[in-house]
Design a binder for this molecule. Structure first.
Ligand code: ADP
Ligand code: MG
Length: 386
């Protein structure tokens, strides 16, 4: 999928015969801190140079009209009757619903959108859809929302319409991204700090397994429930612990039999990952990318063996990566069960190495993996010249 800003503007004009304002809404990577945004942990995401373009203009009616350029699908809906509709529609309608719930006035508008984030691959196309639209509406109708509020409303929209109980990381990275920086987000206080990211001789390469095991969204909600249940059990032993942040991996280990098989594994992973991410932030600040990369490999191990959200295709890519000293870090990124691995690779020869890996991948799984080199970007912004 490679819809450009020009194509979105062109399609907007073709559909609605008027000029529009243009917005860029980025996808995101996450260096480390996986499945802990909903467990009071820390994450290290960054907005990237793959995203969704939105062309939006008021239309003087009481209806919203959407055109999804990537899917070539339309939706027209009265603003007096916003309700869930399965598919991409839920991601845009959920956002309008959130605005209306807050008593904000959204008037009729036309919208065309599309971009180049691979969908459902762990780059958070959903948050880009949500926050891109809300930012556009915020500007076009002068709603007066700040960036953090938009991120929170985007998250709520995903909870209420498509009913994915996502954490705050995706929307936050989409709105708060800063070029050449990663965001150290404290998911408990929802406060952040920027850490400069100077990659120098390294590149960030994503390898897309091109598999999307259907387990993904159901299992995501199951993991959340398991963590909630595990935390309750642990709190009965440590009543002062408000969240997983107040519990150590050693304490989890002491209560293995109280927690029981799967829940024990989930809790152990979460507490280890919270500690790991704090370590990673220090390494990132000291520009010790090799140290950070080692922790990325550890995270993959935890996600695969303890949190059980990997799959043979992802494990294969990470195992291959381990063979090359040039690949200093590799792990599954995003919810899991498919999607991409994120790799920190020495710039020199990265193409050759990754090509060898994807050739091996093809001969093992008969799938053509996709490879993307990504750079960091600012959070959602209005593009000049739309
Ligand atoms: P991701 O990891 O990419 O966020 P999700 O499953 O959370 O994956 O969200 C993907 C959903 O978001 C898609 O199924 C679709 O409904 C919507 N979506 C994402 N990108 C686009 C797009 N370019 N055009 C239309 N809908 C999109
Ligand atoms: Mg998503």
């Amino acid at each position: 999928m490679s819809t450009s800003s020009n194509l979105v503007v062109e399609k907007f004009y073709e559909q609605y015969k008027s000029a529009a304002r243009l917005f860029y809404s980025p996808g995101r990577i996450n260096l480390i801190g996986e499945h802990i945004d909903y467990n009071a942990g820390f994450v290290l995401p960054a907005a990237i140079d793959k995203g969704i373009w939105y062309a939006v203009a008021p239309n003087g009616t009481n209806s919203a009209r959407f055109y999804s350029v990537d899917l070539d699908e339309h939706l027209e809906i009265s603003l007096d009757n916003i309700h869930p509709i399965d598919g991409w529609q839920n991601y845009v309608l959920g956002v309008i619903d959130q605005a209306q719930q807050r008593g904000l006035i959204i008037k009729g508008f036309d919208c065309a959108f599309g971009g180049n984030i691979p969908i459902g691959s762990g780059l958070s196309s959903s948050a880009a859809v949500e926050c891109g639209l809300l930012t556009a509406l915020n500007e076009v109708f002068s709603l007066g929302l700040d960036r953090k509020t938009i991120a929170l409303m985007g998250q709520k929209a995903e909870h209420t319409f498509p009913k994915v109980m996502c954490g705050i990381m995706d929307q936050y990275a989409n709105m708060m991204g800063k070029m050449n920086h990663v965001i150290l987000l404290d998911c408990l206080t929802i406060e952040h700090r920027y850490l400069p990211l100077s990659l120098e001789e390294y590149s960030i390469i994503l390898i897309n397994t091109k598999v999307h095991h259907s387990l993904a969204s159901g299992e995501y909600n199951v993991r959340r429930q398991q963590c909630e249940q595990g935390l309750k059990t642990l709190q009965s032993f440590y009543p002062d612990a408000k969240t997983f942040r107040d519990i150590t991996p050693e304490q989890v280990q002491e209560h293995e039999s109280d927690l029981g098989g799967d829940i024990f594994k989930r809790c152990l992973y979460v507490t280890q990952e919270i500690a790991r991410t704090q370590k990673a932030a220090l390494l990132c600040e000291a520009n010790n990318l090799e140290g950070l990369g080692k922790l990325m490999y550890e995270t993959h191990e935890g996600l695969s063996k303890l949190y059980d959200v990997s799959c043979p295709e992802l494990d294969f890519l990470v195992e291959q990566a381990r063979k090359y000293p040039e690949i200093i870090g590799s792990r599954v990124m995003g919810g899991g069960f498919g999607g991409c691995t994120i790799n920190l690779i020495r710039k020199e020869h990265w193409n050759t190495i990754v090509e060898t890996i994807t050739t091996e991948y093809k001969s093992t799984f008969d799938i053509d993996a996709e490879v993307y080199e990504v750079a960091t970007s600012d959070g959602t912004y209005e593009a000049i010249g739309g």
